[in-house]
Design a protein around this ligand. Structure first.
Ligand SMILES: [Zn+2]
Length: 494
């Protein structure tokens, strides 16, 4: 042993090892970029840049109050929470419907369902509509949409403006738990969408791009076997699925980081509606317009970190998303949009008030949501439900049957347990007039929705989502259930 320590060879070997280590450290494959820091004053400067990408992550069926950043005590979304703390978080966001197609048609066009007219299973967005992806495409962005919910498929008009609009090939099967209450499983997992998205980022990282990723595993209560086990109810499975989706968002953020793209990418994380767990009698979504199916998260991550992050407390809506993002990047606004850019509210919340009058207007505005309860039934009369959030109130009207309106005060009763409609007839009358006025604003600039035929294959795919479009056998079953379903609260549908 002594001889080895004394040997000059040992020193040669050590010196050589040090040289090799020094050389290797010069060629590290991946050096995390310095995150740029910014403030509310820097937000308006983004639109002058010509290198900013946009990624839009839509987490289907994610209700706001199950997200850590929105106050949920379970650790469902550590990754999103961490990013949101350095970005913009909108605390009160209303989706425009409680089922995917109607909600997404409003989200993309910036128009309420009343104006898009996209309300039932056969409705599509017509060619005449101008969608955000078209504006990105015209501005020279590479555009891609990667989705796993058949209600946003090409045939419903959602592909307009995308160079590439695909359902990813299902490749990942092992290691996932399927807890969906539907007997029909959707093929693949959100890992397929993540993988396709990262391939797109890799291929177009040197160009400007707009990428839309529509995650679906939260809708399906599906998660990896490495996800935390929160318990054994559907509500617990739902939380595990949120945790798994949060990891997928993390993979996208890592992919940006590894390619030095964070400093030139805006990432928007949103949802189309929430999910009920018997808060108002039913489970699932697409049946009511209460808070659990209507309040969704909205987080915007800028090309720089905000320290501290900005929280916008005023009620906003999903129709505002594209007016806001297009304003941020300096692209033309969406023609005919009823949603507004929220940049004045964001700047004000960040202590930089330059568009004060606009911010004030936005803060006082009511927002609306709508649902046709007959959306999945061929040949049925529409059964419209309309809701409005104005100030602290949510007001809901059923325009069929004999259900009385409902009124909740979120300041005193955030969970909507205490219906005030009978106690406050004057307020109900005033809110009813607002809704009447809202409903008098007929149809779109492009003259309403397009009707599409749904072939057997697509019908099968839509059933696989747990959405049932009736055939004769189901019709007979439905007939038996019909009287129960007339109640606005009795619901088990998806
Ligand atoms: Zn959905």
């Amino acid at each position: 042993m002594r001889r080895i320590v004394d040997s000059p060879w040992l020193f040669f070997i050590l010196a050589a090892a040090l040289l090799v280590a020094a050389a290797v450290s010069q060629f590290r494959v991946y050096t995390p970029e310095e995150r740029a820091l910014g403030s509310a004053e820097d937000i308006a400067r983004i639109r002058a840049r010509d290198d900013v990408n946009v990624i839009f992550i839509l987490v289907d069926t994610l209700r706001a109050d199950r997200v850590g950043a929105y106050g949920y005590p379970r650790p469902t979304t550590p990754i999103l929470d961490s990013h949101a703390s350095k970005g913009i978080r909108f605390a009160k966001v209303e989706s425009q419907s409680s089922w995917t197609k109607a909600s997404m048609a409003s989200l993309w066009t910036g128009m309420y369902p009343q104006r898009t007219g996209v309300m039932n299973y056969s409705h599509a967005i017509p060619e005449e509509a101008v969608l955000p992806a078209e504006l990105f495409q015209q501005a020279g962005f590479r555009t891609a949409g990667i989705w796993r919910n058949g209600w946003v498929a090409n045939n419903f008009g959602f592909d307009q403006g995308f160079d590439l609009y695909i359902r990813p090939t299902p490749i990942r099967r092992p290691g996932v738990q399927r807890k969906t209450p539907s007997s029909h499983a959707l093929m693949g997992t959100d890992a397929d969408a993540t993988e396709s998205a990262i391939e797109f980022i890799e291929a177009y990282q040197r160009e400007r791009f707009f990428l839309y990723i529509h995650y679906m595993d939260v809708h399906q209560y599906l998660y990896a076997d490495t996800s935390p086990d929160f318990g054994s109810t559907f509500s617990d499975f739902y939380d595990s699925a949120i945790h798994w989706t949060d990891r997928n968002i993390g993979f996208i953020m890592d992919a940006l980081e590894e390619r030095d793209l964070r400093n030139r990418t805006i990432v928007v994380i949103a949802s189309d509606h929430g999910e009920a767990f018997f808060e108002h009698g039913g489970e699932g979504h697409a049946r009511t317009l209460y808070r659990e199916v209507q309040q969704v998260p909205l987080v915007v991550l800028l090309p720089f970190d905000l320290a501290p992050g900005i929280v916008v407390e005023e009620t906003v809506a999903n129709v505002d998303i594209w007016p806001t993002v297009l304003d941020l990047v300096g692209l033309p606004s969406l023609e005919g949009a009823e949603g507004r850019s929220l940049v004045p509210l964001v700047e004000r919340a960040g202590g930089h008030t330059v568009r004060a009058a606009e911010a004030e207007q936005l803060a006082e505005r009511p927002v609306f949501s709508q649902l046709d309860r007959s959306w999945g039934r061929m040949g049925d009369e529409p059964k419209p439900v309309v809701a409005m959030v104005k100030g602290p109130y949510r007001y809901i009207e059923w325009h069929f049957g004999a259900s009385p309106p409902k009124l909740f005060d979120h300041d005193a009763d955030p969970l909507e347990k205490n219906d005030l409609a009978e106690e406050q007839p004057d307020l109900v009358a005033a809110l009813a007039r607002d809704i009447e006025f809202f409903l008098s604003e007929e149809n779109t600039t492009w003259g309403g929705p397009k009707e599409v035929e749904i072939d057997e294959m697509r019908m099968h795919q839509l059933r696989a989502l747990g959405y049932v479009i009736e055939d004769r056998r189901e019709l007979r079953e439905r007939e038996r259930e019909r009287s129960a379903e007339e109640s606005p609260d009795g619901s088990t549908a998806q």
